[in-house]
Design a protein. Sequence first.
Length: 461
Amino acid sequence: MAIALVLSAVLVLSFLLALMPVGPALAAVVAGACAIGVCLCPHLVLIAVALAPLIGRRTGVPLGAIQLGGPEVAVVLTLGTWLLWGAGRRSLFLRVAPAGWALFAWLWVGAASLLWARSLPAGAAELGKWLEVAAVYLSAAALLEGRSPRPVMLAIAAAGAMEAIIGLVQFGLGIGPDEFRVLGRFMRAYGTFFQPNPFAGHLGLCLPFALAWALASGGPGLWERLSAGLAAAAMLAGIVASFSRGAWLAIAVALAFMGLIWKPKLTVLGIVAAIAFVLFGPPLRQSLVLQRLSGGLSELPGLNVARVVPTDENWALVERLAHWQSAWYMFASRPWLGVGLGNYEVAYPDFSLPRWQQALGHAHNVYLNVLAETGLIGLFAYIALMLSALGRAVYLGVRTHGERRAVAVAAAGSLAYLAVHSLTDSLYVQGIELLLGLILGILSQSPAEVTHSRAAGSNAA
C-alpha cells in the first residue's frame, strides 16, 4: 500500500512538472532535492549560511530599517530545520558553551543600550543582525552534534573560492569604478560586495578553512586536498588584489596563529626568518606592497586629525582617523552604555570633525564602534565573546586530531583574522556576520567528542 502511494505521488508530481515551464520546473526539482537532502541530513542546511554572504542583502526586501535578503532566508531555513528536527525527535537539543553565554551577554548589553538610544529602528536593525548570529549558533551547535562538520567546512571554502575568482577577474580586466584604482594602474578587487575591504574580509574568514582542510591528516583524499589548496591560493591572491591593508595584516597574523597551533617550532622559525629578511634583506623601498602600506603616513602631522589637510594619498587613512576620533568623543559623552547599539551613524553629526561631516555607517574600527555604541560594559562583553571563542578553538586545536583538529585550527585562524581586521574595518556587513555564528556552532563540540578524538589520535600514533 505504501509503495503504491509513493508511486502515485511521483506520477502526479511528474505530470505537474511536465505542465510547468522549464525554468520553474528545474527550480522545483532542485528545491525538492534540497529538501529531501536536508530531511536525511539536517546539518546540510548550514551550507546555506556559508553561502549567504555571496548574496548579501543588496537584493533583499526593505522592511523599515531592516533589509531582508539572502542572510535572512538562510537563517530562517536553518532555524526552521533545527526546530522541525527537534519536533520530529520530540526533544529540542540545546547546548550553550562559554562562548555562547558570552554572546548572549553581548546581546543583553546591546539591548540595554537601546533604552537611551536616539533611533530605535537603527538599533533594532543592528540587534536583529546579532540575533541572527545567535540563531545560527544555536542551530549549528545542535545540528552538528555527533556529525562531521566536513560539508560546512567545504562550503565555506567553496564560497571563498567563488568570491575570489570574481575579484581576480575584476582585478585582471580592470573592471570597476575609477576610485578603486590604486598606485595609478591597479584596479582593486571587490567581488560581489561592491567594496574591496569587506570582499577581502570575507576571503580572510574563509581562507583558513580551505588551508586547514588542504593540510589535514586523515579524512580528506588527495583530490580534496588539492582542491582545497587551490581554493586557498585563489583566496590569498584575491586578498592581495584587494589592496586592503587591514586584510594584508590580518591574514599574516591569522596564518601565523594557525601555524603556532599546528606546527609551533616551524612557525617560530618562519617568523624569525621573515623578520630577518625585512631587517637585513634587500631594500624594499620600491616594493608596491610597501608603497601601499605606507601611503599617506608621512603627511600626517601628529594625531590631531582636524589639523590634517586631506589629499588623494592620505584620504582613506585620514577619513578613518576622523571617524575613530568621533567614536572616542561619543564614548566620552556616555562611557558606560554608549549612544545605543546601531546608533553610531545617527549620533555622528553631533561628534563629527571639520571636513568630515558625512558618516560612513560605522567607525571603521569594531572596538571603537562598540565602545561608542555600548560603552565600556559593551566592549568588555564583546572582548569576552572573542576571547572565549578563540580560547575554545585553541583548546580543541591542541586536544584533537585529524579532521576535528583541522576544523578547530581553521576556526582559530578565522577568529584571529576577524580580531585583527576589525581594527581597521567592520566585517559585520552583507551577511558576513553569520559566519561568526557558524564558527561558534562548529566549536560547540562536547567534551566526550574531544576525549574520543584524542584517544583515537593516540592509538593511531
